[in-house]
Design a protein around this ligand. Structure first.
Ligand code: FPP
Length: 256
């Protein structure tokens, strides 16, 4: 009997083209619940294990020179989960922020957050603000946590803000274009991601950065988030580097 063994070659950071590292990578961290179930544990255990994946990926992103890493840690829709799970996730966030701040400083990572932060429990808001302040002077990777965030939420916010400005004659209808809309988004200043990774084997974008991903390259991994590590991030970046980004143009135009 012939046995075929396919050994998957792990991508090393040295295999990557350092001149083609995406500036901004966004990740939909999915699969914590299924990972926990597969391991005979409750969903919260999966989320806890997910923090180990976050640590590895943040380290890897810094290593290869990614400038922005945005993690979808809690969506607007996640508020609809059982209260027990929501509370546990909030507690885990506080714990992870407190436990990891020193590590972020060691790795020169600055922390920031996007989303409807006012809706987060006071304890999360306070600890988050403290960690953001403590890491503000770091000049390496910018780690962005999306909390109580959704793409539609931020578009609604932008429209509300623009409506006020139109009403008060601060802007004119004729001045509305893509650039101006971008300025009214609560995430203004965050560059569009070049690469969006989703783990957990689902093929959807789940209301994440809807405005910003118009031309983003998508990469879907079968791995459940708690199993994801920096080598998996390198694999996604390696795949990204082989793609031709045409932005609506032809291949010939791009190659000029
Ligand atoms: C999705 O898996 C994951 C989340 C909703 C939460 C992500 C949170 C963490 C990884 C922990 C804390 C994060 C930071 C940044 C410190 P799921 O529950 O939808 O999994 P399932 O699809 O298998 O049910």
């Amino acid at each position: 009997m012939i046995k075929i063994v396919i050994t998957e070659k792990k991508v090393d950071s040295k295999d990557l083209n350092s001149s083609k590292i995406p500036h901004h990578v966004a990740i939909i961290m999915d699969g914590n619940g299924r990972w926990a179930e597969l391991n005979g544990n409750d969903r919260i255990f999966g989320h806890r294990k997910g923090v180990e994946a976050v640590r590895s990926v943040v380290e890897g992103a810094g290593e290869i020179g990614i400038h922005y890493l945005t993690l979808y840690a809690f969506s607007t829709e996640n508020w609809n989960r059982p209260r027990e799970e929501v509370n546990a996730l909030m507690g885990l966030l506080v714990h992870a922020i407190l436990a990891e701040t020193e590590n972020l400083n060691k790795n020169n990572v600055s922390l920031r957050a996007i989303g409807d932060l006012k809706s987060m429990p006071a304890e999360v808001q306070e600890n988050l603000a403290a960690a953001i302040a403590k890491t503000a002077n770091n000049s390496g990777l910018r780690l962005v946590l999306a909390l109580s965030y959704s793409g539609r939420w931020e578009l609604v916010e932008a429209v509300k803000n623009m409506a006020d400005e139109l009403k008060n004659d601060k802007i004119d209808k004729s001045s509305i274009n893509e650039e101006l809309i971008g300025k009214y988004l609560p995430t203004f200043g965050l560059p569009d991601p070049e690469l969006l990774i989703r783990t957990g084997g689902e093929f959807r974008v789940s209301n994440f950065l809807l405005w910003q991903i118009a031309y983003t390259e998508l990469f879907f991994s079968q791995k459940l988030w708690p199993d994801y590590r920096k080598e998996d991030l390198f694999e996604a970046v390696n795949d990204f580097q082989k793609r031709e980004r045409r932005f609506g143009k032809t291949s010939e135009q791009i190659r000029i």
